[in-house]
Design a protein around this ligand. Sequence first.
Ligand code: 9D3
Length: 248
Amino acid sequence: MLQAGRLRSSQMKIDVLTIFPEFFGQVFDFGIIRRAKAAQIVEINVHDLRDFTTDKHRMVDDRPFGGGDGMVLKPEPIFEAVEKLTGTPDRGNYPAGTRVVLLSPQGKPFEQKAAKAYAEETDHLILICGRYEGVDERVNERLVTDEISIGDYVLSGGEPAAVVLVDAIVRLLPEALGSETSADNDSFSDGLLDCPHYTRPAEFRGMNVPEVLLNGNHAEIEKWRRDKALEKTRLNRMDLLEGENGEM
Ligand code: 9D3
């Protein structure tokens, strides 16, 4: 059941759980995300995990059992937050359309198809930002529906990854983007990188726009664009051409 105040099925509520709420500053206040918030297509709330502690030191992390470097995020504040936001501390009992995502280096690589699935099927998205050496595994066992990584490089925490997910998902919400960009999802879905683009002036510092783009022959232009897209994909993303897996 949709929460009170939801006007459309396309509306999404996003809650971000973090120990660094200030990190998010104005990051959701520009472009498509700002417009989507203003149009009430999405509501984004950033929560400080310290606000869900009950001890006087507001402790969110502790040393790892078994020893080792770094600190581990404690389970209690995360359970309290998710329980408050969903009504239950158990992923088996979340309302339909609720997903609880843990951003972690151990997660499944984030792809366009996942962004599309969240945009189409989720009305309440909770993003848990990991930090330090990790998050107490009981969070993963009991609360998390999806563990996601944004790629094979080491970040200092899940916060930048949460921003990436929000951006990729919100721009896909129905009515979030202007009609001019809505087809770009489809052109991406042929599984190729984009072709090069040019605008005025036709000559700039001795560099000329390819003649084919100036001649008005649209069949020829389309062929040029596809050739260039293939060339770029071969150069930078050979993996997209191997294996005839057309989804992206
Ligand atoms: C010592 C082993 N490291 C795991 C590979 C520890 C570790 C590194 C970095 C633990 C946490 C982090 C912080 N990174 C994230 O929380 C994170 C992340 C990332 O580092 N890369 C890509 N996607 C993501 S999503 C969250």
